[in-house]
Design a protein around this ligand. Structure first.
Ligand code: ARG
Length: 372
């Protein structure tokens, strides 16, 4: 299993722990401060504290949930795309807690979010963890990911990131096609049982990758899915944990062009591209990797534009992020940011986000990785 994200994993509050009243109060203060139309905090706070006393947890109002989810995005220190945090579509599906119900809502999520290519940032929130009732959660890192099939010689066909979840799916009876871009089924854990469900092909939009000047580029057979929908992070609001709350934005080109296709531990395409470009690969100092990386990123941006699928580039997004920082500052808020994630993995110093430091605090509401 690829475990970089476990570095900061903390345990999901289990169903036996109660919600921390202090965390609930802190969130309600934030909500009422930023939403004067929600009225006075006092009666609501009294109600929530009584509910925690009685049941060990409390129920967010739809308004609190939507605000909490949007602020969780606003607080995501690794995300460069936060300027539009207020526009997040929040789908309140807390009543849904069966595998079938969850898949149905994921399908609808992908429809709403994909929007024929005009991607809409969207989150679907399923039932929270409660005392005596563990919540459902996904084993998949994203709703749409490509399988990685480990071969006898140790190599991987497909996405090496996904070998563990691919094997898990196979153990549950899934038979992949053995291709490089097979979409994985969803593995949903409900009441301790992991259930396997395929997504219908018509909700999975994909973009074939070609280059504006090199016709041979299409022959590499590369493609990528239109919507990145993270499904393995827990949404934490005011002490309440929502382990199944898949959310998506749209892609920035470098995520695919400078990481998914380029990392040696992923699709590792640079040697191939360099060869097709006829570059001198005899020495690192010819910068053949760097050259190939730029052409690959040109291809990714070009292809998404040609397919009319929303995608941003790192120059535009870096500028937007600084606008976001200014707006947050003028609202009197701290904007947490992690330099090593905010700076794009290509041409970092060409973007303005490179040339400064950021506040590294962790704020809630937020998204956190589970400890399994
Ligand atoms: N980097 C991840 C990927 O390549 C997606 C992370 C979320 N990205 C986003 N633009 N919202 O699939």
């Amino acid at each position: 299993m690829s475990t970089w994200w476990k570095k900061d994993a903390k345990a999901v509050p289990t169903e036996t722990e109660g919600v921390d009243a202090g965390a609930a109060e802190e969130f309600l203060r934030l909500y009422h401060d930023e939403n004067p139309s929600a009225g006075s905090i006092r009666p609501r706070l009294r109600e929530v504290l009584a509910e925690i006393d009685r049941t060990g947890t409390y129920t967010h109002t739809p308004g609190e949930l939507a605000f909490g989810a949007r602020v969780a995005w606003r607080n995501s220190s690794r995300c460069i795309g936060r300027l539009y945090w207020r526009s997040l579509r929040v789908r309140d599906r807390r009543q849904v807690d069966t595998a079938d119900g969850i898949v149905e809502e994921c399908v609808e999520h992908l429809r709403v979010a994909t929007n024929h290519g005009r991607i809409r940032p969207t989150i679907t929130v399923f039932a929270p963890a409660r005392q005596g009732r563990p919540a459902a959660r996904f084993h998949n890192e994203q709703l749409i990911r490509y399988a990685g099939y480990r071969q006898d010689d140790g190599s991987v066909v497909g996405d090496p990131l996904s070998t563990a979840v691919t094997e898990q799916a196979q153990e549950l009876g899934w038979q992949g096609q053995g291709g490089r871009f097979d979409v994985l089924p969803l593995l949903i854990e409900v009441k301790g049982e992991t259930e396997l469900r395929e997504l219908p092909a018509d909700v999975i939009m994909e973009v074939p990758i070609s280059h504006p000047h090199y016709p041979w580029f299409a022959e590499l057979g590369l493609r990528w899915h239109a919507v990145p929908a993270i499904s393995n992070m827990c949404l934490e609001i005011g002490g309440v944990c929502y382990p199944a709350a898949p959310f998506n934005g749209w892609y920035m080109g470098t995520e695919i062009g400078a990481r998914n296709f380029a990392d040696t531990g992923r699709y590792d395409q640079l040697p191939l591209i360099a060869e097709r470009l006829g570059l001198d690969t005899s020495s690192d100092r010819t910068l053949w990797r760097d050259h190939a990386l730029v052409e690959l990123n040109v291809a990714v941006l070009h292809s998404f534009a040609a397919a009319k699928v929303t995608m941003t580039d790192h120059h535009t997004e870096a500028r937007r992020f600084l606008t976001h920082l200014e707006k947050e500052e003028s609202s009197g808020r701290v904007c947490p940011a992690d330099w090593s994630w905010i700076v794009p993995p290509l041409s970092g110093s060409l973007t303005p986000v490179f040339h400064r430091y950021y506040d590294e605090v962790t704020l809630t509401p937020g998204f956190a990785h589970h400890a399994w």
